[in-house]
Ligand binder design. Sequence first.
Ligand code: GLN
Length: 214
Amino acid sequence: MKDSPLRVGVLAVQGDFEAHRRMLASLGAEAPEVRTPEQLDGLNGLVIPGGESTTISKGMARDGLDDAIAALHGAGRPIFGSCAGMIVSDRKHLGLGDYLCRRNAFGRQLASFEQDLRIKGLGDEPLRAVFIRAPWVETHSAAVDVLAEVDGHPVAVRQGGLLAVAFHSELTDDSRLHAYFMAMCSTSARTSSASRAGVRGRGAGGLATSGGSE
Ligand code: GLN
């Protein structure tokens, strides 16, 4: 039986949401724009793109998306925050991850740069990471798994269903990080349909959770 495509929404309040939509679509996902809480219904996951974190934060609050996104995350749907998306997912904003960001952390001179990064879970081949006025993670709790660092500062983290990176992986043609996120989404989709099947009395036997990064 062929699975229906994953539906991974992309928050379209502000920022570079189109590039994320293209990359997700190239991997076979449906990638609708999300501008209202209703548009979160039925999603298997959500990307919060880069842009301007203050603008995105205000836009989310204005449209009631902040509570709705927190509820989506609470219901087990994975969230992928990139750059400004990493900032607005932190403890001071949506509180999806137990970490705090420093904005524009690399300073003026290094406002934008590219670097090959080894990322835990993506294998040995480094990913070309594009940093644009990027944050880094300043502090985090032990619940946060650091996937990559630059100069000792975490720039890619995971905490359960939250993946957050300081750079733009949607601006290269290397789609491994989006594929990693989609694997998180499909694991959560399988788990939730298994629990629905369980409610209908068919049981959830045989559905191993791989939790992997295929
Ligand atoms: N510097 C931006 C901010 O603080 C983030 C930049 C980005 O998303 N590329 O909101």
